[in-house]
Ligand binder design. Structure first.
Ligand code: FES
Length: 128
């Protein structure tokens, strides 16, 4: 599996995230939460704990590919300690850079995690 992923263009870090399911899980009482289905048909769910506008904990679940899982892990790691405004502005290329590379045809998968996060933050802000 590891070799297959490497040959497809995933970095060591992206493979490690995918195989170890980093930050994959649920929260029973998240402060912010969203489910989003991307144009590819894959779905992600993100859970956040927020304190004074800062993200303290983040988990996610996905029905998706290795690209979805590795970018979900990366994004949920990147946003810990960020304000909601900072997290909201993270772009796909920052997730890819953090991961150290994913296959070209998987670049859109980072958009699934970005959009799910943005939806969770938007819903949280609207809730007041
Ligand atoms: Fe849908 Fe990767 S193909 S998230």
């Amino acid at each position: 599996m590891q070799d297959l992923l490497k040959e497809s263009g995933y970095s060591e870090k992206a493979i490690e995230y995918y195989l170890n399911k980093v930050n994959v899980g649920e929260m029973s009482e998240p402060d912010a939460h969203a489910i989003y289905t991307g144009p590819c048909g894959d779905t992600m769910e993100i859970f956040l704990n927020v304190e004074d506008g800062v993200i303290k904990e983040a988990k996610f679940q996905a029905i998706g590919c290795a690209g979805a899982f590795s970018s979900g892990s990366a994004l949920t790691e990147m946003i810990i300690g960020m304000t909601l405004e900072e997290a909201e502005e993270i772009e796909e290329d920052e997730i890819i850079e953090y991961l150290g590379g994913i296959p070209m045809q998987k670049v859109h998968c980072t958009c699934l995690s970005k959009r799910t996060l943005q939806k969770a933050i938007k819903d949280y802000k609207e809730k007041g």
